[in-house]
Design a protein around this ligand. Structure first.
Ligand SMILES: [Zn+2]
Length: 105
């Protein structure tokens, strides 16, 4: 579906959604639908779906699981930072730069 608009001879703008297949004249017979009508229909449907107790519980559980997953990543990142610091300390020049990397000519 693609949004389109047209202006009548009275300068009134009509907004509607049209099937992409119909728009490209690929044989679809569905007529365009009025913007307000289909948007109200979609919003009403989404509200009915989203505010269902089971759906809300699923969303909450998914968010908690994602939060835990991110928390699990922190110890790993700490470990990597620690290892990086050891490599930095053992392989740096007296100037504090990693050996093998030259910042001076
Ligand atoms: Zn179509």
């Amino acid at each position: 579906m693609a949004g389109e608009s047209g202006t009548s001879h009275t300068e009134k703008v009509y907004r509607y959604y049209k099937c992409l297949s119909a728009k490209k004249r690929r044989g679809c017979k569905f007529k365009p639908v009025k913007k307000g009508w289909i948007e109200d229909l979609v919003v009403t449907h989404l509200v009915n779906v989203i505010f269902d107790d089971d759906v809300l519980e699923d969303i909450a559980n998914t968010l908690v699981a994602l939060d835990r997953k991110e928390s699990d990543a922190i110890p790993l990142l700490r470990k990597q930072l620690f290892e990086y610091r050891i490599v930095w300390r053992t392989k740096t020049t007296p100037d504090g730069f990693p050996s093998g990397v030259s910042f001076k000519s």
